[in-house]
Each structure stands twice: as C-alpha cells, then as structure tokens.
Design a protein around this ligand. Structure first.
Ligand SMILES: NC(=O)C1=CN([C@@H]2O[C@H](COP(=O)(O)OP(=O)(O)OC[C@H]3O[C@@H](n4cnc5c(N)ncnc54)[C@H](OP(=O)(O)O)[C@@H]3O)[C@@H](O)[C@H]2O)C=CC1
Ligand SMILES: [Fe+3]
Length: 472
C-alpha cells in the first residue's frame, strides 16, 4: 500500500450507533475531513447528517450494518449504551472486530460500586479488538458546538500505546486537546469522573458551611442572650450578618494558611520531608485554594454591605460625635434652619477602613492568581511569593483592620465580657495562625525547615513508603 492510500485509510472512522452522541461525533469528524461510516442496527432508518450540520440526504455519511462497519473500518467508535454492548457485539460480530481499534465512549448512570469499567466489559465481549477509552468526558452538545461549556481536554486510555496514539491524533484532528491517560485500568476512574461534580469543593464547602453556621449561632447568641435588649431584629440582614461575613472570612482565611504551617511543624517533628502527611492534613492542604476562594467571595459581600451601611448611625465608633445646642426663643413660631454639616470620621474609622480596603485589594490579587491561566504564566517562585508571603501579609492586614476598630471597645468592655464580642472572638484564631507562622520564621527554626526541605534528614527513614511532595 503506497503512502497516499495509507493516509486516505487513516482518515476514515466508523461509529457504531446513530444516537445523539454518534451524530455529534459524526458531524465533527466530517468537518475534520474524515470519511464517516455509521454502523446501525437498522441502517435504513438511521437519521443522516450532512457536513453543514443540517439533516439531509445520505450524501456525507455512509450508513451500514454494524458488521459491515467493523469489517470496513480500522477505527470504530462505539457510541451506544453499555447495556447494549452484548446485543450489539454477539460472537459473530465480535469476530469481525479482530485487529480493529474500538473506542468506548460510554458512561454509567450511577456509581454502583462496580469494579469493572464499561471498557473492560467491551474488551471481554470483543477480545480480539484493541479497546481505547476516550470521549466519555465530552458531551454531544460540546462536540457539536465549540462555544459550549466543558473542558476541551480529552483523556485517552488504552493498554496499547499505538492505539492510544491513533485516537489521540483523531482527537486533535477534531480540534480537541487529548492527553495520555495510561492503560485501560484508568477507564473506571474516567467513567466515575463524570458522575461527581466539583469533587474538590466538597471538603472546603463543608468547612465553609460549618464556619458560617458557627458565626451565625455565635452572633445571635451574643445579641439575643448575652446582651438582651440591644438586638434589633430589623438589623439582622445587614448589620448582624455583616459581622458574620467578616468573622467567617477571617476564620476561613486562617484555615487556608494554617495547614501549610502545620505541615512545616510536622516536618520539624519528623525531622524529614520524606514522610507522608496524615490523610486529614493531606486533604486539608488540597482544600486551600477553594477555602481561599470562598473567603474571597465572603469578603466581597462584607465589603459591599460595609460600604452600604457606612454611616454614623450604624458605625457610631467610626464617626465624631456631633451635638448641637438649639435655643428656641419664647413665642418663636417660624422654622429655624439648621445646618448640621457633615460628620467627620475618626482616625480609628479611617485607619481601620484603610487596612480593610488593602486586605480586599490583596485578596483580589490572590484570587486572580489562582486562575489556571494566570497560574500557568507564573514561575513556581512567583506563585510561592504571592500565595505564601503575600497571603500572610493580607491576613495580617485583615486582622489589623479588626484590631484597630476593636481595641478601644474591648478595653472598655474588659474581661470576661469581651469574649462575647463577635469582633474580638473573630481575631483570636487568625492571631494564633499568624503567631505560629512568626515562630516558624525564627532564624533557628526557619534554617532547620530549609535544611529539611533540601532533603536533609534527622534520621534515615524508609523512603520507599512514599515521598510527600506536597508544596507547603
Ligand atoms: N449524549 C452525550 O452527550 C454523551 C454520551 N456518551 C455515551 O455515548 C453513548 C451513546 O449515548 P447517546 O448517543 O446519548 O445515546 P442514544 O440513546 O441517543 O443512542 C444510542 C444508540 O445506541 C444504538 N443501540 C444499539 N443497541 C440498542 C438497543 N438495544 N436499544 C436502543 N439503542 C441501541 C442506537 O443506534 P441504532 O438504532 O442506529 O443501532 C441508538 O441510537 C452512551 O454510552 C453514552 O454514555 C458519552 C458522552 C456524552
Ligand atoms: Fe470589616
């Protein structure tokens, strides 16, 4: 076979099934210049598409029986539900698939705890074909419309490296971004990946809910039970909840930065970095980005509400007291014009606001630099500088924002009543996190941590147990 005819053969693809996904893939392959053959149970009934996307005559797609499709084409995409594998590939059809590449695109509806992937099931039914798992992470809509949501990255898995390479090239031809995803053993994880949504947000989401709930309960108890009489229910939506948002932000920011400090202390205690972190710390370290982003969302809400209620009525401590003495002459009957003028902010208000605004600005920088496109444009050293040093600086600014406005009141309140104040309690945990970080910065300790991170070990440990490469 000369090169030209080999090339022409490579540009042909078969698709078993004529449903929604099969149609979308056929259209995409047609646009990429492929000859498309659809293998259907009832070829005469199959709805056929043309390359311009409209339904039309059989001009662009060849429709045959499943047997003829697998007989004629080297690479066949199996776009049917796994429940129909058995009826579609009985032994007589399976034998015709010998030497062919079959691409399994199927997904499951539930995580039924099975240990066998659909791809493995197909490989047992069609043992003489080479099975590749791909495209199950796409959607029919996304395949048809480039503007549709969803990742353009396509994992491709197969035990046969050549088959993987063939399918990856076809994927590129369609305009997607394929990547090697190992052997067929990965198929189970690929099928499960579409059944769970935002798995990395589960733990941080749960932590955030608990934190906000804690502050809601604390704020309500403080205003309702601890100091009855000062609570006005009509100020619950903004004044009280704004305190909850502020306190929750500080707690979540602390939870974002604490695990790296814990990891550093653990490395000091272990005297090595070659020891796995316990599971809880590992999960917590992985949740940092999401925790930080949730905190960013809450600080935006806190900043909006604070701006709206910024007035001497709501924030009396931030504004100078103004009093006017009105002497009304006896028998005075007409209006007396009063020009009360503006009320100036105190230095406490101004300074506290400044620290708050700076903290929000820095948090915005941190949130932007956590976007994948921005992260990929940064070096590791730059990323570390922003998310570690700058992050702690931002936390310190946020805490100072509360200290400046709170200290005069706390001094007046005194112990133990100060423990019932939301603002006071909100900075206890962040202060502890900052102090722990400062302890790590002590020259003797930071030099020790640096040595450990360079690979030094206090005593040799069995590194074969696994190396922890988590960035801290
Ligand atoms: N739709 C999507 O967005 C995505 C789908 N997938 C996977 O692609 C596969 C096909 O999905 P989709 O196109 O949506 O499904 P459809 O129900 O639209 O199509 C399934 C096709 O399977 C064929 N088939 C074979 N045997 C049977 C049978 N016994 N009963 C009914 N149909 C049969 C039919 O074609 P014919 O009549 O020509 O034989 C039918 O058109 C599934 O495994 C799905 O998990 C993966 C990613 C995204
Ligand atoms: Fe605030």
């Amino acid at each position: 076979m000369d090169r030209k005819s080999a090339e022409l053969k490579r540009k042909a693809v078969g698709i078993v099934g004529s449903g929604q996904f099969a149609t979308a893939l056929a259209l995409r392959f047609l646009r990429a210049g492929y000859d498309v053959t659809i293998g259907s149970r009832r070829p005469e009934e199959a709805k056929i598409i043309s390359v311009d996307g409209g339904e039309s005559v059989f001009s662009d797609v060849r429709v045959t029986s499943v047997t003829d499709c697998v007989k004629a084409i080297d690479v066949v995409i199996v776009a049917i539900h796994a429940e129909h594998f058995k009826s579609t590939f009985p032994p007589e059809v399976a034998s015709e698939c010998a030497g062919r590449i079959l691409v399994d695109v199927s997904n499951r509806n539930t995580r039924n705890g099975t240990q066998t992937s659909n791809a493995r099931l197909l490989s047992t039914l069609v043992p003489e074909a080479t099975i590749v798992k791909a495209y199950n992470t796409l959607s029919a809509y996304g395949v048809e419309n480039d503007s549709a949501g969803g990742s353009r990255r396509v994992p491709v898995a197969s035990d046969d490296a050549r088959a993987r390479a063939v399918v990856m090239e076809m994927t590129r031809d369609m305009g997607f971004d394929p990547y090697e995803n190992g052997g067929l053993g990965s198929a189970l994880a690929m099928e499960e990946s579409v059944l769970v949504v935002f798995p990395e947000w589960k733990l941080p989401g749960a932590m955030a809910v608990l934190v906000v709930l804690f502050w809601v309960i604390f704020a309500l108890s403080r205003f309702y039970f601890a100091t009855p009489g000062i609570m006005r229910w009509d100020q619950l939506p903004l004044k009280i909840f704004n305190k909850v948002f502020g306190a929750s932000t500080l707690t979540l920011l602390s939870l974002t930065y604490l695990p790296s400090t814990c990891a550093a202390f653990l490395q000091v205690v272990n005297g090595t970095k070659h020891k796995r972190f316990p599971g809880w710390l590992d999960a917590w370290l992985k949740a940092r980005k999401q925790l930080g982003l949730i905190a960013f969302g809450l600080i935006c809400v806190h900043a909006c509400i604070s701006t709206l209620i910024l007035s001497p009525t709501y924030m009396s401590a931030w504004f100078e007291k103004s009093s006017v003495l009105i002497i009304v002459p006896a028998n005075h009957t007409h209006d007396v014009p009063l020009n009360l003028g503006g009320v100036w902010m105190t230095w406490i208000g101004e300074l506290s606001l400044l620290f708050g605004i700076l903290a929000v600005a820095l948090m915005t920088v941190l949130a932007v630099t956590s976007l994948p496109s921005v992260t990929s444009a940064m070096s590791w050293a730059e990323w570390r500088l922003v998310h570690s040093q700058l992050g702690y600086f931002m936390l310190t600014l946020a805490v100072t924002h509360v200290y400046v406005m709170g200290v005069p009141k706390w001094v007046k309140t005194g112990f133990p009543l100060v423990f019932f104040r939301v603002k006071f309690m909100s900075i206890v945990f962040p202060t502890l996190v900052i102090v722990l970080r400062l302890v790590l910065l002590l020259p003797c300790l930071s030099a020790y941590v640096d040595r450990i991170r360079l690979g030094w070990e206090r005593k040799r440990v069995d590194t074969r147990m696994g190396v922890c490469e988590q960035s801290v």
